[in-house]
Design a protein around this ligand. Sequence first.
Ligand code: ASP
Length: 410
Amino acid sequence: MKKNGLLYLMIAGIVLGIFSGWMFGNMMLAVEWIGEMFLDALKMLVVPLIISSMIVGIAGLGDIRKVGKTGFIALSYFLITTCIAVGIGLVMVNIIEPGVAVEMTVEQVPDKVVGKESVAITDILKSFVSPNLVQSMANMEILPLIMFSLVFGGVLTTLGEPGKRAIDFFDTVNAAIMKIVHLLMYFAPIGVFALIASKLGAAGGGDLFLAELAKIGKYVTTVISALLIHGLVVLPAILYMITRRNPIIYFKNVVGALTTAFSTASSSATLPITIDCAEKNNQISRKSCLFVLPLAATVNMNGTALYESVAAMFIAQMLGIQLGLGDQMIIFLTATLAGIGAAGIPEAGLVTMVMVLQSVGLPLEGIGMLLSIDWFLDRCRTTINVWGDSIGAGVLDNLEEKWVERGGKN
Ligand code: ASP
């Protein structure tokens, strides 16, 4: 099937999913299993894809100094765009003030975050290493897998011919996984349809959704408008300024990944399709895709960080707590870290939000007010996360190319 045909079918899948979930509510739970199958099939590819991608990616970069430089530039880029996103969130929440005159009605700390009170910045750092790699794979803990694969790939490059043979093996594994991704893409339209329809149906269909919206509509508007400013203005501007690529065409080429992100609410599960769209449609070099995108899907969460800053301010506003510039600076920093620390799985942002709220002494009960609509906002922020990752791959690939052209090749 032509690339565009599949793309239109995926968009149709989303639209039809929203329509059916809206109209038929609970009845759409009947297709939940189809969505789950699609999601599981994607997840099934994530672990072998990340391991092989990072090993091949790092080997493609070659010299260890170059790896350090590329990694440093990538992480700096992720940090800068995340800070911009949080800044936009804070400006918007101060202008719209969605929490003023909203009564906080939830009195309990939601189950989701109970016991997470002691999650600290050091825990985020600790999550880079795992005592048991197999367990990390089973639990889809991506960060330790990335770390291990980076070191493993790096070491392979120092082992001469036997090391090269091992790298070739992982290269073939990677190519095979990507072939499976291509096959899976044919099921994507029906998969995204089923995921969206059953999720909206489980949330009670259109009527209940509207009722939830009416309660905290201003909050939803604040989050979505801030996400849109970041996604439609800031990120495309960065892409254009650095690469001179047309953001509209670039966007069209990654719609497959964005629709998958919206329907799965998981950057990690979307990763196989993000890589596919970047490499095949946007012609980003393979080594950049393989090195940058797994890293980005795990640590570059512009949408999540933005969301966390808005949510924390919303809770403060509901409680009538005035947060001055100092406190907002603390939110700025912790929301950025919380975005980096959040896993690429559904509603992970709610858990890292504990850190943000605690840093300025806000009650965790506030998260309860956000729960009812989080399934929807999670999808919106995940879409921006994946859009940010895709643009990041394009920008970093271009910077790398320019560097090589300037004679930076080792
Ligand atoms: N679901 C988001 C992602 O996978 C993380 C979050 O914000 O909850 O990118």
